[in-house]
Each structure stands twice: as C-alpha cells, then as structure tokens.
Design a protein around this ligand. Structure first.
Ligand SMILES: [Zn+2]
Length: 303
C-alpha cells in the first residue's frame, strides 16, 4: 500500500497543504480585511471572530492579526497568495487575545518579523498555559497546529515599517483594552487598524485598564484617519462616532457600578442591572457586560 502512496505526486502534496482562502475585501488600495463573525469565546466558537487582514506594498506584505487558529492563519495566507506573491515580511499582533494571535504559526515558513507591543511577549508567556488549555477545550480538532509565537521585534512607543512605497506607523499604547494594545496606521490611505481599542456592534470587553482606556479615547480620535478597521465589527469612516458609542457605554457602566457600590448593592445584583440601558445597542451584551462588571466592581470598590 505504502509504495503506491510514496512518493506523492506534486499535485497531491499541494492538495494536502491547501486551505480554503478566507473571504476578504479590499477596503482601500492594498488593504484587505476579513471580518470575523460575532460569536462568544467559548460555546460555538470557531476561531474566526475578529477582523484580520493584510497590507500590500511594493516590497512585501504585512499581516495584521492572524486569527484564532492555525487553520484560520493558513486560510488568511491562502487569501494573501491569491492577491500577491510578494514575501510576507511582517506578522503584527494588535494584542494578546487568543482570537487575534493563534494563526501566527501559519506564517512560520515565511520567516517574517513577528511584531507586537513591548509587553506582548511577557503577556503571551503568562497566559500561554491557560490559552492553550481553554482553546483546545473550545475548539478541539480545529485548534490543531495552533501555537503561541511571540514577537521577534517589539514596539516601545512607535515603529515605522517600510513595505515599499508605503510606510506603516505602529503605536504602542498604555494599558487599555489589554496591557499590550498596538495600532497600525497606513499613511498612504489614512487607514487605522485599531485592534480591540475599538469595538463596533460587539459589546466591548475589558481586560486591561478601563479607566485608562477611557482617557485614551480622545487621543485616539485625533489620529488623522479617514477610516478605521475595528477589532470587531464593520470597517467604517464614522469611526470617531463609534468611539463615542464605546465611551458612552463605559461612562454608563462605570457610573452604574459606582452607584451600586455606594448604595451597598452586591456585585451579583449589580451584574443584572449595571448598564442595562445599553442592552439592545450591542451584541452578546448579557455575557460580556456581566464579565465586565465582574472585573470592574472589585476595582472600583477601592476608589
Ligand atoms: Zn481582544
């Protein structure tokens, strides 16, 4: 039997390596985005919930976030190869969350620079075990081949990447959505990849420092971008309004929790009531909002 199988004809080898290219959209010249679906990060999760994509210059390609599994990364790579044969020079991770980083391994053979916030490597190391355990439980076979790949180049404040004919400006931010948030700005098309500093449609989830995130929003809004690619949700030119929506949710949530604490309402009760007026304005609200309260309430108790 084996002697019939080996050596494999070339077309069979390419079939084995083949992954269905992810659907992508060219949202500005040379900027391609795949929009993830709004699913929870546990039940029903398929590893494809955030926005990932790539930017093409004359010299090569930069990937911005690689998806939640090796397979999604492979499918993103296939999508790139349908567009260009130029080398994949950079794989940028906008932050540590598993839906954004577990496709990194699909680009190993391209030998790119993996780029992230100065605190990303340490955050990956600290969360490695939990992330691998949880994602294996959620995704089973679909998680096969996924691994943590840390940045080989890190961004302390800002970093410019030359893709040939276009320069990307990467900015590392203080703790906000996480302590590893990085934005990517393409000057050529005035397009801003916000990572999860901006959520559209999906309820913003909190993990870093929400008070400092709130303070950052006015500063983020001054970036001279014509359009933004949020971490989750549709690409939009009305991105400043989207930041305003997010700020409104944060303001209401914080003020409701503070007033619960003052009135002696327990966290369990506050989880049912805080920011309830925002329900209906966001997707996956019940679970994500409760999780946010669970994180914020104990912090605000010490104010
Ligand atoms: Zn995130």
């Amino acid at each position: 039997m084996l002697k019939h199988l080996f050596p494999l004809p070339l077309f069979l080898i390419s079939l084995i390596a083949w992954a269905e290219p992810l659907p992508i959209q060219e949202i500005a010249p040379g900027i391609y985005v795949h929009q993830g679906v709004h699913e929870e990060l546990d039940e029903g999760y398929h590893g494809d919930i955030c926005n990932i994509g790539f930017i093409v210059g004359h010299k090569g390609v930069a990937v911005v976030d690689s998806g939640g599994t090796f397979n999604i990364g492979q499918r993103l790579r296939e999508a790139i190869r349908r567009v260009t044969d130029l080398p994949i020079l950079y794989v940028i991770n906008t932050h540590v969350h598993p839906d954004h980083i577990f496709g990194n391994a699909a680009f190993k053979l391209d030998n790119p620079s993996y780029i992230g916030h100065a605190k990303l490597a340490e955050a990956m190391e600290r969360r490695k075990e939990t992330y691998l355990r949880n994602n294996t439980a959620w995704l089973g076979e679909a998680f096969a081949g996924s691994e943590i790949i840390k940045p080989t180049r890190s961004v302390d404040t800002t970093l410019e990447l030359d893709l040939g004919g276009r320069t990307l400006l990467l900015t590392a931010w203080p703790p906000a959505h996480t302590s590893t948030d990085l934005t990517v700005f393409d000057r050529d098309t005035a397009t801003l990849w916000t990572g999860d500093l901006l959520f559209i449609e999906r309820t913003p989830s909190m993990d870093g420092d929400t008070l400092s995130w709130l303070k950052l929003i006015p500063q983020l809004k001054t970036i001279p971008a014509k359009r933004a690619i949020p971490g989750h949700g549709p690409v939009t030119e009305q991105w400043r309004e989207a930041f305003d929506n997010q700020q409104r949710y944060f303001d209401i949530l914080l003020s409701d929790i503070r007033s619960s604490i003052q009135r002696g309402v327990t966290m369990e009760k506050a989880m049912d009531s805080a920011a309830a007026v925002e329900k209906g304005k966001w997707l996956l609200f019940d679970t994500v909002n409760r999780r946010n309260i669970n994180i914020l309430y104990p912090q605000l108790e010490w104010e």
